[in-house]
Ligand binder design. Structure first.
Ligand code: NOJ
Length: 447
């Protein structure tokens, strides 16, 4: 049986500036968090020096040709804030703007649409020094940067995302110490997320005020959360985790308020700024679309002693990839169903989906990624089924086009790319999955 896709389905691939550009001291770039903290704690990054990645900064013309060969209809990438504002909010870098302008023109010349994130894990270090996402001025700094990008590139970019995976940028940084600046303070994380949402609103409002023709939203990490039992308390725990992981962002960005179930929790409510409701009400502006990164489902059970009365649990029945993600293609279908029912009327994009495998150390051997083909096939089948069921899914972006630096989450240990990067020579070699995806795109169907 074939699983079909509409002719205008946006088959894409995604990547991000700090994970493939390298050239961290070129083009007038300022330091971002990864550049800064890598120097201090290289072991946290497993030696993943941001300056030694795929060198997309110089090699993008060659890479765009490969994208064209693949038949890619849209490339999702990010703009590095510290290339545009290297030293602070007052001085914009013409070199940085020119670089992204050349990249966009190159993609356009091959007929490839663009989807750009403004902030993908690479906060400029000057922002951290001045108080980070928590600082009230953050909202204005971000708005100014966003305006600069919209004014410079807005006539050529079809899709914008203000922030990629705010949960990782905020909770990863402030609460779970897995991302720079590596803090463990849940209370700060709630405050920072509120500020991130206000900054997002300001950027979206600015975009709308410029009368541009593209669409704008944000990219949210999304795990459908399941309960492992029929117990209503476990079910509530799963809904609570869903609200805390994704509703925390999607509800304010699409409905202008925090999820009710979270607001009822004393801990969460008490950590929000006093005027949070008014803040959201006064500045709410809805995203044009929903974009989610889907890798894994997750599971929860009731745990009365916990802050939000749930505990994450592991379902050992599901296979796990080397990176630690559970592979569950049905989860992607469930996610698309949930999103279209919970936030009706919006186009949905799967802004990331992919599989990370530990590299073997043998470049030839690592070209055979049959596991990625199996993963891609199963997940695309779920997408096709979701479209047939009537869910408004408009695009799929594979993570990732080129092998990347996973930064604090694994450096160069894992390979995610349709295209292999040989880091010693910077040669690009398409993997088996490249041919598979090329055929899917060409024929508009997966077997
Ligand atoms: C999501 C993030 O957006 C991306 O930066 C990361 O590399 C992938 N997940 C894989 O871990």
């Amino acid at each position: 049986m074939d699983f079909l896709f509409p002719d205008d389905f946006l088959f894409g691939a995604a990547s991000s500036a700090c994970q493939i550009e390298s050239a961290v001291h070129e083009g007038g770039k300022g330091e971002d968090v990864a550049d800064h903290f890598y120097k201090l704690f290289p072991e946290k990054y497993l030696g993943g020096d941001p300056d030694k990645s795929a060198d997309f900064y110089h090699k993008y013309p060659e890479d765009v040709k490969l994208m064209k060969e693949l038949g890619l209809r849209c490339f999702r990438f990010s703009i590095s804030w510290s290339r545009i504002y290297p030293n602070g909010p007052d001085e914009v870098s013409r070199d940085g703007l020119d670089y992204y302008s050349r990249l966009i023109d190159c993609l356009k010349s091959e007929g490839i649409k663009t989807f750009f994130d403004l902030f993908h894990c690479d906060l400029p270090y000057w922002v951290v020094e001045r108080g980070g996402i928590l600082e009230p001025d953050f909202v204005q700094w971000f708005k100014k940067y966003a305006r600069t990008c919209f004014e410079e590139f807005g006539d050529r970019v079809e899709f914008w995302s203000t922030v990629n995976e705010p949960s990782i940028n905020v909770y990863g940084a402030y609460a779970n110490a897995c991302n720079a600046p590596f803090l463990k303070d849940d209370d700060l994380a709630v405050k920072a997320s509120h500020n991130m949402i206000l900054a997002h609103y300001e950027a979206v409002r600015t975009y709308k005020s410029l009368g541009l023709k593209g669409k704008i939203g944000a990219v949210i990490h999304f795990e459908p959360v399941y309960s492992l039992s029929m117990d209503p308390l476990d079910d509530r725990a799963a809904r609570m985790k869903q609200a805390f992981y994704s509703g925390l962002w999607l509800d304010p960005m699409l409905k202008g308020r925090y999820p009710e179930i979270l607001l009822k929790e004393d801990w969460f409510f008490s950590k929000l700024p006093e005027n949070h409701e008014k803040d959201l009400k006064d500045s709410f502006v809805a995203n044009d679309f929903i974009a989610v990164n889907y890798y894994s489902p997750s599971f929860a059970e009731y745990a009365p002693e916990k802050r939000l009365r749930y505990r994450s649990v592991v379902n050992n029945d599901l296979p796990k990839d080397a990176y630690g993600f559970f592979s569950y293609p049905q989860g992607l279908y469930d996610a698309l169903k949930y999103l279209s029912e919970t936030y009706p009327g919006k186009d949905i994009f799967i802004s990331e989906n992919g599989i990370g495998v530990e590299k073997s150390g043998d470049y030839e051997k690592d070209l055979d990624d049959s596991y990625r083909i199996a993963y891609l096939r199963e997940h695309l089948r779920s997408v096709s089924r979701a479209i047939s069921a009537g869910f408004p899914v408009k695009g799929y972006f594979h993570w990732t086009f080129l092998d990347t630096n996973e930064l604090y989450a694994g450096g160069y240990k894992y390979i995610f790319g349709l295209v292999q990067v040989r880091y010693d020579t910077l040669e690009r070699v398409p993997r088996k999955s490249f041919e598979f995806y090329k055929k899917v795109i060409k024929e508009g169907r997966v077997d």
